[in-house]
Design a binder for this molecule. Structure first.
Ligand code: IMP
Length: 195
């Protein structure tokens, strides 16, 4: 089984990625690889932030690795919080702070369309490959549900009338931005292995 380091400390993301990948690949988080590092996300695009994380870990370990950066783009807010999703309510903001700020900004706004966008940077044999996935939906008026993380309690994916946090990991793993990006990466890796 191919071992790949996932350049992240986010256990929710790792859980979602494993749910999509099944037994095909052995994903090792930074913690599991014994690497303690907090990699900054200083750039203006998801792609640059994802690249920063994968390059840092590749330089450190010399191993194949991938990272991802995700943002929530709300149309009525001109794409905000976007690449600043983790720091929307301030540099030290918690997920709860960010979500509350979003609900305040969206109060009284009728147009609630939004999407999550994930960009993956994979470093394979020293070369970078990028994959992207998105998931369209709407921002709810109030937070509901306890599954998932981040903005999941206020994001209702298209074709559902519940939030990701109410729908749970099974549905999220079937329709999410992350799932779509991961599937593109695994198709690419599978094609390389069958050559
Ligand atoms: P990052 O990709 O770890 O930088 O995440 C950016 C921000 O978006 C953080 O506040 C995360 O909690 C949030 N976020 C990332 N992915 C998801 C998701 O799948 N659902 C809900 N929130 C997310």
């Amino acid at each position: 089984m191919r071992k790949i380091i996932f350049a992240s400390n986010n256990k929710h993301k790792a859980e979602e990625i494993r749910a999509v990948l099944g037994a095909q690949f052995d994903i090792i988080t930074l913690k599991e690889a014994g690497i303690e590092i907090d990699i900054p996300e200083p750039h203006e695009t998801l792609a640059e932030n994802a690249r920063e994380k994968s390059m840092v870990i590749h330089r450190l370990t010399g191993m194949d690795c991938f990272s991802e950066d995700t943002g929530l783009e709300v149309d009525a807010l001109n794409g905000a919080p976007g690449v600043r999703s983790a720091r929307y309510a301030g540099e030290q903001a918690t997920a709860d702070d960010n979500l509350k700020k979003l609900l305040v900004e969206m109060k009284g706004i009728e147009k609630r369309s939004a999407r999550f966008r994930t960009v993956i940077s994979l470093i394979l044999n020293g070369q970078e490959h990028m994959f992207e996935g998105d998931c369209e939906g709407n921002i709810t008026d109030n937070a509901s549900g306890t599954a998932g993380f981040g903005y999941d309690p206020v994001f209702m994916p298209e074709q559902y009338d519940k939030t990701f946090a109410e729908l749970g990991i099974e549905v999220k793993s079937a329709v999410s931005h992350r799932k779509k990006a991961i599937e593109k990466m695994t198709a690419f890796l599978g094609a390389r292995e069958n050559k």
